[in-house]
Design a protein around this ligand. Structure first.
Ligand SMILES: NC(=O)c1ccc[n+]([C@@H]2O[C@H](COP(=O)([O-])OP(=O)(O)OC[C@H]3O[C@@H](n4cnc5c(N)ncnc54)[C@H](O)[C@@H]3O)[C@@H](O)[C@H]2O)c1
Ligand SMILES: O=c1ccn([C@@H]2O[C@H](COP(=O)(O)OP(=O)(O)O[C@H]3O[C@H](CO)[C@@H](O)[C@H](O)[C@H]3O)[C@@H](O)[C@H]2O)c(=O)[nH]1
Length: 426
């Protein structure tokens, strides 16, 4: 029997909102989740989860069955006189000038601003620029608490239930503490800060990760030029606990729904504050160069031009374990190849349907058939165990560009294929 604890409203049922709602319900709270997308609400209400997140489906269905997780259309329908915390989990996409677009956040606050009961708090889980909680305080009759979320796609439920830290920040410390208390069962270190610092933690963390990746991607490029092996180099770096082993894997560039928009948003915040954040700008520029470098490697694999060349792509999601294509480097690279006249056939185990400009197939061997070059763009483990002799027979060329350093070069060599990985001796 679920012990009903606090009455929570969650607005936005995407990666963050649905995970938050389902996990808080699993912790015993009564949660009402709202979305503007009536079709999504209808499906969720019947237990259908459309995003790929291990464990989420089960938690949603458990909450529905227990009766402490509900789905409604529209933020106002999630609010009741008993609501204690309203979580904002709506998108904050990148605006034309790089800044975070806060229209969804503002529109929800405008909708519910007057109807929140006293004693309630609004918690922003959406990633919002520093100063947002203070700037929007006038829109609601209750305190706003910045409560950034650090979950990763593909491990959202596990990350939510086993967080490294809980960060809450507000001008009203008592309200911040109340929001922090919701997570008490998780026994995570909890930082109670002012709102600006809490908002800054989120950007500072994501941008640090992006800088780290741009750095390691540049090191991989350099390894290629000087004859070093980036896998050995990063192993040597990662053993230093001040550096750490994670986020040291070179790739086709970092992507996804967060890092690209959050780096641009922080750059914009810095510009507004009169700071030339050259380091961050440079990390963003390196990321563009990384993708251009991959395209160049593909051109070389096709004897200098991709015009008219059949290219097989393995992986389209921005990383393995998700079906999210938002700001995926693989999509950027595929589109650039299409624009140069390549004929693209792509396979991703998590993606079905149609994508503009390319043929999407549900069999990896179909994707490589007749290809001059094959390119691994997402590190799905199943690509590692493909029958490379069969791949070699199906291909018209013999180069496999492995942007994730996923494959075993010896396996490919035995099949008569040429393996090209960034920064690896091959
Ligand atoms: N995706 C992540 O891994 C992640 C992690 C941490 C933080 N964040 C941040 O969380 C926020 C949400 O990200 P997401 O990936 O969950 O987005 P998402 O696009 O997956 O989901 C957002 C949901 O909000 C709904 N929505 C939009 N406007 C609405 C409104 N006015 N009223 C009610 N619902 C509305 C949409 O229909 C959608 O279902 C962003 O600010 C993002 O930066 C995302
Ligand atoms: O060693 C690595 C690690 C990651 N990546 C790439 O970096 C990008 C981001 O990966 P990841 O951070 O795992 O994805 P997200 O799910 O977008 O999570 C980030 O963005 C979220 C939204 O803000 C935060 O909550 C998370 O803490 C933060 O890790 C992807 O393109 C990955 O392929 C690499 O190339 N090499």
């Amino acid at each position: 029997m679920v012990r009903l604890q606090r009455k929570i409203a969650v607005v936005g049922t995407g990666y963050v909102g649905l995970t938050t709602g389902a996990c808080l319900a699993a912790l015993g709270h009564h949660v009402v989740c709202a979305d503007i997308d009536a079709n999504k609400v209808d499906r969720l209400g019947r237990g259908h989860v459309d995003i790929l997140e291990p464990g989420l489906d089960e938690l949603v269905n458990r909450g529905l069955t227990a009766g402490n997780l509900e789905f409604v259309v529209g933020a106002t329908n999630a609010v009741s006189p008993e609501t204690e915390v309203l979580f904002l989990c709506v998108p904050t996409p990148m605006g034309a000038d790089g800044s975070a677009d806060l229209r969804a956040v503002e529109s929800v606050l405008a909708e519910v601003g007057d109807m929140l009961p006293s004693g309630c708090a609004v918690a922003t889980k959406s990633t919002v620029p520093v100063g947002t909680a203070d700037r929007l305080r006038h829109m609601v009759n209750v305190p706003i608490v910045a409560n950034p979320e650090f979950l990763r796609e593909g491990s959202a439920v596990d990350d939510f239930l086993h967080p490294d830290r809980i960060v809450v920040g507000s001008a009203d410390r008592e309200a911040a503490q109340r929001v922090g208390d919701l997570y008490a069962a998780l026994q995570a270190p909890t930082l109670v800060l002012d709102a600006a610092s809490a908002e800054m933690v989120k950007y500072a963390a994501n941008c640090f990760l992006a800088v780290k990746l741009s750095y390691v991607n540049a090191i991989a490029q350099l390894c290629d030029r000087v004859g070093a092996d980036v896998r050995e180099v990063t192993e040597g770096m990662g053993l230093d606990p001040r550096i750490g082993r994670s986020f040291l894997k070179p790739g086709p560039g970092w992507g996804g729904s967060c890092l690209p928009k959050d780096t641009n948003a922080l750059l914009h915040v810095a510009e507004q504050a009169g700071l030339d954040f050259a380091l961050l700008r440079s990390a963003i520029e390196q990321n563009v160069r990384q993708q251009e470098d991959v395209i160049d490697r593909i051109r070389q694999a096709c004897d200098g031009t991709v015009r008219g060349a059949r290219i097989g792509l393995l992986g389209l999601a921005f990383k393995a374990g998700t079906n999210d294509l938002r700001d995926s480097p693989a999509i950027g690279i595929a589109n650039a190849l299409v624009a140069e006249g390549a004929e693209i056939t792509a396979h991703d185990p998590a993606i079905t349907g149609e994508l503009p400009g390319m043929r999407l197939v549900d069999d990896p061997y179909e994707a490589v058939k007749g290809a001059i070059a094959v390119v691994v763009l997402t590190e799905w483990p199943e690509f590692r165990t493909l029958d490379w002799t069969k791949v070699a027979e199906l291909m018209d060329g013999f180069t496999v560009v492995d942007t994730r350093d996923l494959l075993d070069g010896d396996d490919l060599a035995r099949a008569g294929l040429r393996w090209k990985a960034i920064g690896r001796r091959c």
